[in-house]
Design a protein around this ligand. Structure first.
Ligand SMILES: Cc1cc2nc3c(=O)[nH]c(=O)nc-3n(C[C@H](O)[C@H](O)[C@H](O)COP(=O)(O)OP(=O)(O)OC[C@H]3O[C@@H](n4cnc5c(N)ncnc54)[C@H](O)[C@@H]3O)c2cc1C
Ligand code: FES
Length: 322
């Protein structure tokens, strides 16, 4: 017998029994469909213990490293504590450390958090206001080096969370967050693999997190970071990124500004699609608006890139069906 812990209930798994069958036997209404490891509707996450490799087949390397697995093909031989995949966001309290303008409409928010909030750069969290407004933001900081969680937030004119952030947030203000969520992280990338990080606007936030993680771990392959903006001011970390390229010979920074006709002028997606060539080997990180991410995924796939090597976060507006 192997012990399974699910929402504080202890369930004995019988020899040869899979986790999904054990949950259903315990009258837990676990979602499922094919019961053969194909549809992924029975995905759970192990928060303690390691699921067997066979239960993670077909999942991305990032999902594997975060403990996701398919319950219907998971026959564990060691104890596991699990939660449904969609319930991994843990709610906690944070305190605003600082907020500063990075450009006309982008602010950097730094939040103090307690040690229970563990994350990888590139994941995202949900900011929650006292009256229940919730919005997702990607994490640009590196937990090994940064004492604060760092977010880059574009303030949308008329946006509800944007208004709350600009009118009410200041040093010392308490807030709730839920998370972390998402698998757009460095885990699973081979240190010699080429990496292409492509984003527009505050899509740079998760990319910066992933980039710093890669550099800190001594990534050896070429890393090309493409950042697109409508106006020159939108390249809000231009100087920092240029300085970083001087310290890392394998890092290339390719900025593109739509309204510009100079050397940095043009469309970021077109630049990336033109420059990238080692497509099947490249690890792609695609972040930003729906149109950009959708176009890059489709066009790179059509040109020979591997979907398994694409990690992405689409900054969908709230209430758009996600
Ligand atoms: C996984 C994920 C990660 C995200 N990470 C970030 C991040 O790191 N930084 C960041 O700035 N935002 C990020 N977002 C977007 C963010 O969650 C909010 O949608 C955004 O801040 C607007 O919220 P709001 O309440 O101010 O505007 P709302 O009140 O929700 O919307 C007001 C109006 O603003 C416009 N608008 C709102 N959201 C968008 C959008 N995403 N794109 C274009 N127009 C929009 C629309 O016209 C909308 O009608 C992310 C979204 C997702 C799903
Ligand atoms: S029920 Fe389909 S993968 Fe498990």
């Amino acid at each position: 017998m192997t012990l399974l812990t699910y929402r504080e209930a202890a369930i004995e798994i019988e020899p040869g029994e899979d986790v999904l069958s054990a949950l259903l036997r315990a009258e837990i209404d676990a979602p499922h469909s094919c019961r053969s490891g194909v549809c992924q509707s029975c995905m759970h996450r192990a928060v303690e213990g390691n699921p067997p490799a066979a239960a993670q087949e077909g999942l991305s390397d990032a999902q594997k490293s975060l403990g996701y697995f398919l319950a219907c093909v998971c026959v564990p031989d060691r104890p596991l504590t699990i939660v449904p995949a969609q319930e991994t966001a843990i709610r906690s309290e944070v305190v605003v450390h600082s907020m500063e303008r990075l450009s006309g409409d982008v602010v950097r928010l730094r939040l103090e958090h307690d040690s229970d909030f563990t994350y990888r750069p590139g994941q995202f969290l949900e900011l929650i206001t006292d009256d229940g407004l919730r919005r997702h933001y990607s994490i640009a900081s590196l937990p090994e080096d940064d004492p604060f969680v760092e977010l880059h937030i574009r303030l949308h004119p008329g946006g509800r969370m944007s208004r709350f952030i600009s009118d009410e947030l200041a040093h010392g203000r308490r807030l709730h967050i839920a998370g972390p969520l998402g698998t757009c992280i460095y885990e699973g990338v081979d240190p010699d693999q080429p990496m292409a990080l492509i984003g527009s606007g505050t899509g740079l936030a998760p990319l910066i997190g992933v980039l710093r993680d890669a550099l800190r771990r001594g990534h050896r392959g070429p890393i090309r970071l493409y950042h697109g903006a409508r106006e020159r001011e939108g390249l809000y970390l231009h100087d920092h990124l240029q300085a970083l390229t001087k310290r890392h010979a394998n890092l290339h920074y390719i900025p593109r500004v739509l309204s510009d006709t100079g050397p940095h002028g043009g469309d970021v997606a077109a630049a990336a699609l033109d420059h990238e060539n080692a497509l099947p080997q490249t690890a792609f990180f695609l972040c930003g608006g729906e149109k950009l991410v959708g176009r890059l995924k489709r066009d790179f796939y059509m040109k020979g890139a591997s979907l398994k090597q694409m990690r992405s976060d689409t900054f969908l507006p709230a209430g758009s069906g996600r």
